[in-house]
Design a binder for this molecule. Structure first.
Ligand code: PLP
Length: 380
């Protein structure tokens, strides 16, 4: 029997896990208020940067006494800045269950050469947070973008802890509840959940993180691009929009537009609901089909942004080639772009479900997934 292609296509085939789909209302015209060709230190530029910081605070519910900075180098820049500036004062615990977390382990153990316990879990699981010593400085990723497994909540992080928690939340911020009282440093990039432009990152510092910055000087030299203190004092301007170096005002405008859109869909609550509704379409699909499953083993840790899937059918001969062929077929059909699993992750698919993706598009993709699966089984 010939395999029938579904009749309906997703209106937007963009399911990339970063840069992620832009807001559904996006058009370049929305950026016309960007102060292009002007100094970012002019009043207009500074006002835009401050608005980006304070609207971020407002939407994410970040406490008034936390510092928020726009930094270079996207999420990577923000995480590196935090680790290079804060670690080394006490023992560290590096927690990882997928590729990005593993990258932070490498940097701390091999580059900074810090005394650290390393706790890892396989793709699909997360580390047992009951076993983490929060009297050490703990570095972890809230949502493992390449495995689709996330921390379910902050309950395992004690309110009273001696160490700092440094959390890479780039595929979680604006899609999951982040417990600010449990997080001393939180980082994310604009290119992720709100579908912003790349290159800029955000770092959020708790008062305890600021206290560490002001009381501890690492033994290694600090590049200007990572420096958050001067003469033992926090450079406060960074957290008011006086960026360390020159930002793209076009990217800033784009972020402001995305934040406005976020407010229009109900702020954080609305964004979480959108992402979860998207992910649920895929979770339900997996429950109904015996040949595909969520890579996250425990539904409590299943990501509502980077949903990672594995094929479980015995007829599949070469898992990696099969998953690639399915992704390719969907791309060629124009129904799903960039949904192959991350290069270091187990073979499979990864479908972005953050709030900028429309639920109708995820729903329209599911029959195509089945179509591509059946077509590739037949083609083996
Ligand atoms: C968990 C995590 N950390 C870090 C990064 C790197 O982000 P960026 O390229 O914005 O620096 C990514 C990108 O996908 C990520 O998912």
């Amino acid at each position: 029997m010939a395999i029938q292609a579904p009749a309906t296509r997703p209106a937007n085939p963009r399911f990339s896990s970063g840069p992620c789909a832009k807001i559904p209302t996006f058009s370049l015209d929305l950026l016309s208020d960007a102060p292009l060709g002007r100094s970012h230190r002019a009043a207009v530029g500074k006002a835009k940067l401050l608005a980006a910081i304070e609207t971020t605070r407002d939407i994410l519910g970040i406490p008034a006494d936390y510092k928020i900075g726009i930094v270079p180098g996207s999420d990577t820049g923000a995480v590196e800045m935090a680790m290079w500036s804060l670690l080394g004062a006490r023992k560290a615990t590096m927690v990882a269950w997928e590729s990005f977390g593993a990258g932070w382990v490498t940097d701390v153990v091999k580059q900074l050469k810090i005394d650290a316990d390393v706790m890892t879990a396989e793709y699909g699981d997360i580390v047992d947070f009951d076993k983490v010593d929060f009297n050490t400085d703990v570095v972890f990723t809230w949502n493992g973008t390449t495995s689709g497994a996330r921390v379910p909540n902050g309950d395992k992080i004690p309110a009273a802890r001696e160490g700092l928690t440094i959390c890479d939340a780039t595929s979680a911020a604006f899609a999951m509840d982040l417990p600010w009282d449990k997080l001393d440093v939180t980082t994310f990039s604009w290119q992720k959940v709100l579908g912003g432009e790349a290159a800029h990152g955000i770092i959020v510092l708790s008062p305890r993180a600021v206290e560490r910055l002001e009381s501890y000087t690492p033994a290694w030299p600090m590049p200007k691009i990572f420096r958050m203190t001067k003469g033992g004092k926090l450079i406060d301007g960074i957290f008011k929009g006086e960026t360390i170096n020159t930002p793209s005002m076009l990217a800033v405008e784009d972020y402001l537009v995305a934040l406005d859109w976020a407010k229009s869909v109900g702020g954080l609550e609305g964004l979480i609901a959108r992402a979860t509704a998207n992910a649920k379409v895929i979770w339900d699909f997996c429950d109904a089909k015996p040949w595909i499953a969520n890579l996250a083993n425990d539904p409590a840790t299943a990501s509502n942004t980077s949903v990672c899937l594995k094929f479980t059918d015995d007829r599949i001969q070469d898992g990696a080639a099969f998953a690639k062929a399915v992704a390719k077929r969907l791309e060629v059909e124009g129904v799903a772009l960039d949904i192959g699993a991350y290069r270091d992750a187990p073979a499979g698919l990864r479908i972005w479900c953050g709030g900028t993706v429309e639920t109708a598009d995820v729903a329209a993709l599911m029959p195509w997934l089945e179509y591509a699966f059946e077509a590739e089984i037949a083609a083996q």
